[in-house]
Design a binder for this molecule. Structure first.
Ligand code: HEM
Length: 133
């Protein structure tokens, strides 16, 4: 049951990662300005899913072992980077949804660079969290 739960959470978490990086790249390099608002909604959902499933990993461990995952050093740093990416990515994508009609092309491009860049940083940190924990 425990392995099944971890695998289920990981599946959703992996799909969230694909959405964030994929939609981030599409929004930055290929999308037309008209479609970027919808893409930013998807981005905001993606960041939310990552936050929720990330927390679900911790909650599952707590449920079965009555303590949070025992991680140190590089793994803690990687986790903190991921959490910071989730918070910043969600705030930027949500602000983009609310304000996009008033943004200059330069600011719009900067916002998409941030969304894509934070996704790349988070997915790279995932590798360090995985192999240092
Ligand atoms: C609140 C934020 C997050 C938390 C708490 C979190 C937590 C976790 C945990 C506990 C794992 C399992 C690590 C292991 O196998 O030892 C994991 C794996 C993973 N996470 Fe996150 N994560 C967060 C955000 C993100 C984000 C934003 C992305 C990508 C955009 C991401 C991508 C991944 C990937 C790809 C894996 C699989 C790594 C592998 O097995 O090689 N995570 N995450």
């Amino acid at each position: 049951m425990q392995s099944f739960l971890y695998a289920l959470i990981q599946s959703i978490h992996n799909i969230g990662a694909v959405v964030i990086v994929g939609v981030g790249a599409y929004g930055l390099f290929f999308a037309h300005q008209n479609t970027r608002r919808v893409l930013a909604v998807v981005q905001a959902l993606g960041w939310s899913i990552q936050g929720l499933t990330g927390a679900a990993f911790g909650a599952t461990t707590f449920y079965f072992y009555h303590q949070l995952p025992d991680i140190h050093g590089v793994a803690i740093l990687a986790l903190l980077i991921k959490i910071s990416c989730v918070v910043s990515g969600f705030v930027i994508s949500a602000l983009y949804v609310l304000l996009c009609s008033r943004l200059s092309p330069e600011i719009s491009k900067f916002a998409w660079s941030m969304m894509f860049g934070l996704g790349v940083i988070a997915i790279s940190s995932a590798a360090f969290l995985r192999w240092y924990s």
